[in-house]
Each structure stands twice: as structure tokens, then as C-alpha cells.
Design a protein. Structure first.
Lengths: 74, 254
């Protein structure tokens, strides 16, 4: 059973920034202070892509073996 | 208890709005009450998928954010319009007017917006889920949406640029201790059902993969003309979206 919903109109008050936890400032600070090691990121992503390619190659190999087996059985 | 989600991607064109609209409808079909908020404020597009005209909106999200309009005047109830047999679906659309977009970009909005709009939607409409469709990229407003919502869903395509950007985003979010979940979209079909894919992506990003959606040309052909899962409920895409909705309902709590 859903609880009763309120009938009064709801407004957002945009001027309560004093009460905020200043998440926006922390995000800004985090973005500015990130020490991005581009080469490390690139090598991680490349290694990831290589692993995926290997998986696909294994799949292709498996499929071609299966096809050969089917041909032999035929 | 209401749960808020942000749906985010590093790049544009990853299918964020399409996923948001279809996932929201699927959750509604589970008899849930769902509100979707178009927070892609510089290029709103969710209304196109829902086929909501700007004239249908008494007020826009921009008006609500600036305190000029009540939530009740901003919300569009799509339940009947979309012919949903059960559940409820609400939509809060952003303004398409350049002057209003520019004002919001210039003045920004309070970080309390996310908690407040979620709370008010729960009070006024009894919603179970609030989904924020965010602007792509690693920008302050978007990260604010991601960090302010209960659950972060990152959408990623399997191309190098998106993988790299999503990895960097995950690194930034980890500095805030934010738990994110990943949905892989437009995945090459030969790769989509490989269990190793989920393992490798989870390992790279340090986040659980909760959905893998292969590339279906039918989604492109559909081109935002309505909500795909409603028009093609038996299509494999709809099945994938259903699996994600199942996971959310069973496993994710605020």
C-alpha cells in the first residue's frame, strides 16, 4: 500500500547554499588536483583491449575447429 | 523508500537517453512509480523519445530549479500517454530555449537540488525511483549529479575513447568512495555474450557490470520514435533492458 501523497505544491528554494556540504567545491578541487598519468592509463586500456582481442580470437579458432569437425562428420 | 539513479557516460552518443527512457518504462512495467529527469541541460533529448512537446510542459526543469515554478507544474505524467498498463511514469523536461540554457549554465544550481527534488517527488507522487539522465563528460555539474544520487550507472561503449574516458571517470569517482555500476551498450554482437567481457571490464573499472546490450541496428532505425521496449516487447533489446530492471529491483537499495 502506497503512503498518501502530499497535496500541497512543492517549490525548490535555490538560495540555501549556506547549508550545503560544498560537494561542488570538493568536485572542483578533485578535478583540478587529479594527477593523470596518461601513459599508465593508455597502457591499461591497451592491455584490456588486447585481452578482449585474444578472447575473440580464441572464439574464432573454436568456431573454425567446430566447422572442420562438422565437415568431417558430414 | 525512494532511490535515485544517475545515468552517465563519458562520451555523447552512447545511448544514455535511450537507455534511461527504456529502463524507466521497464521499471514502471514492474508496477513501480518512476520519475525521469532530463539533466542533459545543454542538449535535452529525453522528451523526443517520450514524444512530449514543449507546449505540453506547463513549466520546465529550469523554472523549477530557479524557484519560479512548482514541481507539480513541471511534472508531466506519461502513464496514460504511453499507454502503460501498470506502474507510473513521470517526466521533468529541460528548456530548449537558448537564453534559459545559458542562464542555467552561467548561474549553476544548488547541490541540494538532487536531494530536494527526489524528496519532493516522493512526497507528491510517491515515486519509487528517480532517474537523472545527465550530460556526458567529466564536468562539475555532471559529477554533482552522479555523486548526489544514491546509485551511479555508467554507460560505456566498447571503443577506445569511451573505455579510456570511463576509466578516468571511475578513478575520479573512487576518490569520493562512490560505488558505480556499469552498463555496456552497443557491444559488438560477437563479444556480447562472452562472460570474460564482464570480468575484464569489471576488473578494469573496479565496478560491477549489470548489463550488456549488443548493438542492434533496429534501435538506430527506430531513431527515438517512441519507447522501443513498448513497441517491441519481444525484441532481444527489450529482454536485455528487462534483465537490468530485474537486477535493480532485486539488488539495488539507496
Amino acid at each position: 500500500m502506497r503512503s498518501k501523497v502530499s497535496k500541497r505544491k512543492h517549490y525548490f528554494s535555490p538560495l540555501v547554499r549556506g547549508k550545503e556540504t560544498d560537494l561542488r567545491a570538493r568536485i572542483s578541487e578533485a578535478l583540478m588536483s587529479v594527477q593523470t598519468d596518461v601513459s599508465s592509463i593508455e597502457s591499461k586500456v591497451s592491455a584490456f583491449e588486447k585481452r578482449l582481442e585474444e578472447i575473440l580470437n580464441r572464439l574464432d579458432d573454436l568456431e573454425s575447429r567446430l566447422k572442420k569437425l562438422e565437415d568431417l562428420l558430414d | 523508500m525512494v532511490i535515485s539513479f544517475s545515468i552517465h557516460s563519458y562520451r555523447g552518443g552512447t545511448g544514455k537517453s535511450t537507455t534511461t527512457a527504456n529502463l524507466a518504462v521497464m521499471l514502471a512495467l514492474y508496477s513501480k512509480s518512476v520519475a525521469t529527469i532530463d539533466l542533459d541541460l545543454t542538449s535535452p533529448g529525453l522528451h523526443v523519445i517520450y514524444q512530449v512537446s514543449q507546449s505540453q510542459m506547463n513549466a520546465t526543469l529550469n523554472d523549477y530549479i530557479f524557484g519560479k515554478a512548482a514541481l507539480e507544474d513541471t511534472v508531466v505524467d506519461l502513464t496514460n500517454q504511453l499507454g502503460l498498463p501498470r506502474g507510473k511514469l513521470y517526466f521533468l523536461g529541460a528548456s530548449m530555449k537558448p537564453e534559459e540554457i545559458a542562464k542555467l549554465m552561467k548561474e549553476g544550481y544548488s547541490e541540494s537540488f538532487f536531494k530536494e527534488v527526489t524528496k519532493q517527488l516522493s512526497e507528491a507522487y510517491g515515486v519509487d525511483y528517480v532517474i537523472f539522465d545527465t550530460h556526458p563528460g567529466l564536468i562539475e555539474d555532471t559529477l554533482l549529479a552522479v555523486l548526489s544520487s544514491d546509485i551511479s550507472l555508467m554507460l560505456m561503449r566498447m571503443d577506445k575513447q569511451d573505455i579510456t574516458g570511463t576509466y578516468v571517470t571511475a578513478q575520479v569517482l573512487s576518490r569520493f568512495g562512490k560505488t558505480s555500476y556499469v552498463i555496456l551498450n552497443m557491444v559488438p554482437p560477437e563479444m556480447a555474450d562472452r562472460p570474460e567481457l564482464i570480468t575484464e571490464v569489471s576488473k578494469l573499472l573496479g565496478a560491477s557490470v549489470i548489463g550488456v546490450i549488443p548493438f542492434y541496428p533496429e534501435i538506430l532505425q527506430h531513431r527515438s520514435r517512441g519507447v522501443f521496449v513498448l513497441r517491441h516487447p519481444r525484441h532481444p533489446y527489450s529482454r536485455r533492458i528487462k534483465e537490468i530492471a530485474d537486477f535493480i529491483i532485486k539488488n539495488l537499495r539507496g
